[in-house]
Design a protein around this ligand. Structure first.
Ligand code: PHE
Length: 344
């Protein structure tokens, strides 16, 4: 009995001094002391040699020893897990520069389109969209351009199908027809979207570009309303100092029709290369909706009048950012695209 006690004390000292830095060392500890052939089992086997009167006391001692070893094992296990975590933390060098996230930027055309849309939103216009592949009726005929009408030549058209005619829309006026046909009046919409024309690609023209067209139909809408609306737009878009002028023009779907110029943003009207020395740049076409167009959409032209306007977003973007070649907008050159931040 005395011997057993001494033996246990020796083991306890040994065990207390054990450290386990790695998983392998921890496992070695488990096998040596707690395994099926481990020390704890072996000393338990000594019980049979203990005299009968000491058995109870010896049993208690051995049990305590077993618990002692198990506690030590848990302690080593916890320590090694925390150790692993702290080694990981040391490997993480917080002083290293981070990996930069490439956030991207908005396309300049989107920036300007959003700005145009938000200005008209404030005037009560809501966005309407329609298909890029159109039928002849919505793109031409309903807009007072029947077959063989010479005005169709104003916009060289891409045909997808002939008879029935399916085309790529040449303007978003087609969306306005679709909205008018729904018959809900008054109507106050803007139609942003991509349009297509079979034009030779150059610095000033492309076979696809983006437009925002607007339409307001109600009772007693006048040309003065049109002018005031567009004047507000120009001031919000380009600033309070910019002047506007209207020139008579022709569109089959409006009567009277006009084109609107703004004083050149670059030279302030003195004359430069951008305005071709005139001091003015054209930015949009507009007019009072032709009664025939209203009737084509089932609207009573004696009761209702309206105005419409349409502008190319590329043109406005080129003026806003002084971009000289509109091909840049569709080439997706990152060096060009990441220069743009929203203009306010
Ligand atoms: N649809 C015309 C174009 O694309 C623009 C326009 C719209 C003109 C509305 C007058 C009225 O050129």
């Amino acid at each position: 009995m005395e011997q057993l006690l001494q033996q246990i004390d020796i083991y306890k000292t040994e065990i207390n001094g054990t450290i386990a830095n790695t998983k392998d060392e921890l496992e070695a500890f488990r096998i040596k002391y707690l395994g099926t052939k481990g020390l704890v089992k072996t000393i338990m086997g000594e019980m049979k040699n203990v005299a009968a009167e000491n058995k109870k006391q010896a049993g208690q001692l051995l049990n305590e020893f077993k618990i002692f070893v198990e506690d030590k094992f848990d302690e080593l296990k916890n320590a090694s897990e925390n150790g692993a975590a702290s080694i990981k933390a040391q490997e993480l060098d917080l002083s290293l520069p981070g990996t930069a996230d490439n956030m991207g930027t908005r396309h300049p055309i989107s920036i300007i389109q959003n700005k145009i849309v938000s200005i008209f939103n404030r005037l009560g216009f809501s966005v309407a969209e329609g298909p890029e592949i159109e039928d002849d009726w919505h793109n031409f005929t309903a807009l007072n351009m029947p077959e063989n009408h010479t005005a169709r030549d104003m916009q060289d058209t891409f045909y997808i199908l002939k008879n029935p005619d399916w085309i790529l829309r040449t303007h978003t006026s087609s969306v306005q027809i679709r909205e008018m046909e729904k018959g809900k009046l008054p109507l106050r919409i803007i139609c942003p979207g991509r349009v297509f024309r079979n034009e030779t690609i150059s610095a000033r023209a492309h076979c696809f570009f983006n437009q925002v067209e607007g339409l307001y139909i109600a009772e007693n809408v006048s040309f003065a309303d049109l002018k005031q609306t567009l004047y507000f737009f120009v001031q919000e878009m380009f600033g309070a100092d910019v002047k506007v002028r209207f020139r008579p023009s022709y569109f089959p779907f409006t009567e009277p029709s006009a084109e609107m110029d703004i004083s050149c943003l670059i030279c302030g009207g003195k004359g430069c290369n951008v305005c071709k020395k005139t001091g003015w740049v054209e930015i949009l076409g507009c007019g009072m909706v032709h009664p025939k167009v209203l009737e084509n959409c089932g609207i009573d032209s004696n009761k209702y009048t309206g105005f419409a306007f349409g502008m190319g977003i590329e043109r406005i973007t080129m003026l806003s950012y002084q971009v000289k070649d509109l091909r840049l907008f569709s080439e997706n050159d990152i060096r060009f695209l990441n220069q743009f931040i929203a203009v306010t």
